[in-house]
Design a protein around this ligand. Structure first.
Ligand code: B12
Length: 397
């Protein structure tokens, strides 16, 4: 058996679904695309700023000659059961956050491959990356022949569709590269048409500032004009993948590690999310890939989703969050949500909060929400209190 075939067999044994081999040459297209996106203000957040470092394996491992690109399918047989109605509306969690966080899982499995190589190759040098490292994982995978780009910019793996986490090992071992995958989307543009915020500005080009996945992960206040399009999504977004014909045929790998965790499921209670304690956050979301931006981000998203549910059952929890949550971004989002749900109780909660709120951005959200509710009630609100508001008793954060 060739070393390449052995590596692929070991990859399967340790829990990868696919593996392919590429040369450790510079990623010329990714370099150009990243420069262009930066010039247009679309450089993706949460990534290494040094483009040259991202696009040249030898900058990361000077002896690099080959790349082993790896993928694990996270598709399970479940569907998200998000619902806006009833006494306990449920949010929509994207598939990649249903089960255990893929980062430590993939790192451990790549380490097992490196250990195999160490036994087989003298003076092995190798470096593994997944997601948080400098490499552009999709480009590494595409160049190694693991898959091909869909128009939604996702990397599709033959058989598995785009429901695949990606990682790579750069190594000094000389390996025979695999041929590229020559598939494409043809005339289909369903993902482009389906994106709720129009984030796929052209084929293979996602404007990260509009992508709902980014909106659910960004810090601070979510741009107001994009909030309604987020619907019930509380972390990530799968729309461009769910509508894709390739993905309808994808193999359901149904791996145990990516089954929905009982504490969160596929559609967590929005009211529970909004009101969860630190301990509850750690217990429920801690093991998943949805935890890395912290509790505040998820609570902000839950408030927006509750607003989009337009469900009056959410008003008491939102009113409490507006009155009591120490984080301005959560209070601001709760105010927005109350304005979107409307009705007498929401109106009263907003008026009361206006008396006490000191944070200028939250106050602004309250005023706008009051205007919106008035619009639907037809009676003007009393003018805002003129005196400087009393300071809040707790710190913001
Ligand atoms: C930052 C980031 C994000 C950002 C920005 C995404 C973006 N499109 O730029 C946000 C938060 C929005 C995001 C969202 C998601 N992400 Co993300 N993300 C990343 C991260 C950390 C960096 C991505 C990056 O730098 N992109 C740079 C841009 C320029 O690349 P690109 O958009 O993919 O564009 C490429 C193609 O368009 C291609 N291209 C350009 N022009 C042309 C022309 C032709 C003809 C062709 C063929 C190709 C082509 O070249 C570009 C460069 O390679 C990677 C991990 C990593 N280290 O790479 C994960 C990663 C891309 N994300 C991943 C996932 C799972 C997601 C989500 C599905 C999560 C979710 N459900 O919400 C969504 C998908 C959104 C989408 N449609 O892209 C997976 C993707 C797996 C896969 N099979 O594709 C990755 C690889 C993480 C991992 N290791 O598994 N992500």
């Amino acid at each position: 058996m060739s070393l390449e075939a052995e590596i692929k067999a070991v990859a399967r044994e340790v829990g990868f679904d696919v593996a392919a081999i590429g040369r450790a040459d510079p990623y010329v297209r990714a370099h150009r695309v990243l420069e262009e996106r930066r010039a247009r203000g679309h450089y993706p957040a949460f990534t290494e700023a040094d483009i040259a470092l991202r696009c040249d394996p030898k900058r990361l491992l000077p002896s690099a000659r080959s790349v082993i690109a790896l993928g694990i399918s996270y598709l399970t047989a479940h569907r998200s059961r998000a619902t806006r109605a009833g006494s306990d509306p449920k949010g929509q969690l994207s598939r990649y956050a249903w089960g255990h966080d893929y980062h430590p899982i993939m790192r451990a499995r790549m380490q097992a491959i490196i250990e195999f190589l160490e036994r087989r190759v003298p003076d092995l040098e190798a470096q593994a990356f997944v997601d948080t490292g400098p490499p552009v994982d999709r480009e590494v995978a595409a160049q190694a022949g693991l898959g091909w780009y869909g128009k939604n910019a996702c990397l599709y793996v033959p058989g598995y569709g785009s429901w695949v986490f990606l990682g790579e090992i750069f190594t000094n071992v000389e390996l025979k590269p695999d041929p590229p995958v020559s598939l494409d989307c043809g005339d289909c543009d369903r993902c482009i048409r389906a994106c709720p915020t129009g984030a796929i500005v052209e084929p293979f080009y996602v404007d990260p500032n509009r992508c709902i996945s980014h909106l659910t992960q960004m810090g601070g206040a979510i741009p107001k004009e994009l909030r309604p399009a987020m619907g019930l999504k509380v972390f990530g977004c799968d729309v461009c993948q769910e509508v894709c014909p390739w993905n309808q045929e994808a193999i359901v790998a149904d791996r145990p590690e990516f089954q929905p965790l009982p504490e969160v499921g596929t559609a967590p209670s929005l009211i529970d999310m909004l009101t969860m304690t630190k301990g509850e956050f750690r217990r429920r979301f801690g093991p998943t890939a949805a935890a890395w931006r912290g509790k505040k981000t998820l609570q902000r998203n839950a408030a927006i989703a509750l607003g989009n549910s337009r469900n009056p059952a959410a008003v008491p929890a939102l009113a409490r969050a507006l009155a009591e949550d120490p984080k301005p971004v959560v209070r601001a989002s709760a105010a927005w949500a109350l304005g979107r749900i409307g009705g007498d109780d929401a109106y009263r909660a907003l008026l009361q909060a206006r008396e006490r709120e000191t944070d200028p951005e939250v106050r602004q959200e309250i005023e706008e929400a009051l205007e919106r509710v008035q619009g639907s009630r037809g009676t003007p609100a009393p003018p805002p209190p003129p005196a400087a508001p009393r300071p809040r008793s707790h710190a913001g954060g």
